[in-house]
Design a protein around this ligand. Structure first.
Ligand SMILES: Nc1ncnc2c1ncn2[C@@H]1O[C@H](COP(=O)(O)OP(=O)(O)OP(=O)(O)O)[C@@H](O)[C@H]1O
Ligand SMILES: [Mg+2]
Length: 276
């Protein structure tokens, strides 16, 4: 059966605009597809262009600063013609959830966590505040915030880093997006909490049948969770394929070096069982 992709990008290039009018190329002519319902990992050293690539998919690229071109960009059932296509804003609000590294900065310190999530339902679904607050509690419950109904009226500062990231994830999945883009969602967290957050993302993916694009430096995570791996180096995708195959027998020296930096892939207990 033909693979079902939620994102298809072809010939995507990103360059920074410079004052002397010669653009500085940062991402060069990359093509990739994100299969439905799976975890695709985008890996690569710092500065390789991972976050820039994600910003295009999210419609968050600052077009005054960057010049973006592509021969094709399809996200769900929408073929985008340019990066400032109005369609992006709609997709970002409803069909694509986004989680970043720093949960502290994603949350508004002046608003209760429940209201921050409720606001999404008010803004995007025209819900009244009462119904929206109910939905917000449901979302907090879904990410395993204990006593969600009570905790919804607390402010972000009263939660730990891991809890804050759960709340950010609750906001990202609240409107039941079909795609979740997570840009190093655990790198600011304690190691023990990292595993819990990743397990949560994987569980939500399965429950909600979401596609996940996971940007990470951590090859251990890739080995455990990802289905597809895309390896970026200096703005290009230099290797791609099945996670297990890439972790066990990488083709490129660059990928080999990335893997060598993770001590325990070779004797890891194994990958999560089913791919479903
Ligand atoms: N406004 C800008 N002008 C010029 N270069 C930029 C600009 N913004 C980003 N870059 C460069 O683009 C490259 C890719 O950046 P990007 O943020 O996508 O990297 P990354 O792979 O996400 O790295 P990290 O793992 O550190 O998050 C980097 O070399 C960065 O220095
Ligand atoms: Mg980045």
């Amino acid at each position: 059966m033909k693979e079902d992709y939620d994102i298809e990008a072809a010939g995507l290039s990103i360059a920074a605009r410079r004052e002397d009018a010669t653009p500085l190329p940062l991402v060069h002519d990359i093509s990739f597809a994100v299969p439905h319902g799976r975890i695709s990992a985008l890996i690569g050293e710092s500065g390789s262009g991972k976050s820039l690539t994600a910003s295009v998919l999210l419609g968050l690229t600052d077009t005054e600063q960057f010049d973006v071109s592509f021969s094709r960009l399809r996200i769900l059932d929408r073929e985008l013609t340019s990066v400032d296509d109005a369609g992006f804003a709609h997709l970002r609000g409803t069909s694509i959830g986004y989680v970043t590294q720093d949960p502290g900065r994603s949350l508004d310190p002046t608003m209760t966590v429940g209201d921050q999530i409720a606001e999404l339902f008010v803004l995007h679904q025209g819900m009244g505040w009462n119904a929206a607050r109910h939905e917000a509690i449901r979302a907090l419950d879904q990410v395993r915030i204990a006593s969600a109904a009570a905790r919804a009226s607390d402010y972000p500062h009263s939660f730990s880093g891991g809890m804050k990231q759960r709340i950010v994830i609750a906001g990202a999945i609240a409107l039941r997006p079909r795609i979740l883009i997570a840009d190093e969602p655990t790198s600011a967290l304690d190691v023990t909490v990292q595993a819990e957050i990743l397990a949560l993302i994987d569980e939500l993916r399965r429950m909600m049948k979401m596609s996940v694009l996971l940007i990470t430096h951590d090859l251990g995570i890739v080995y455990q969770l990802a289905d597809q791996v895309l390896v970026m180096n200096k703005g290009e995708i230099v290797e791609r394929g099945d996670a297990e195959q890439i972790c066990r027998s990488p083709m490129q020296d660059y990928t080999r070096r990335l893997i060598a930096a993770v001590p325990d892939i070779g004797d890891a207990p194994g990958r999560r069982g089913a791919h479903g």
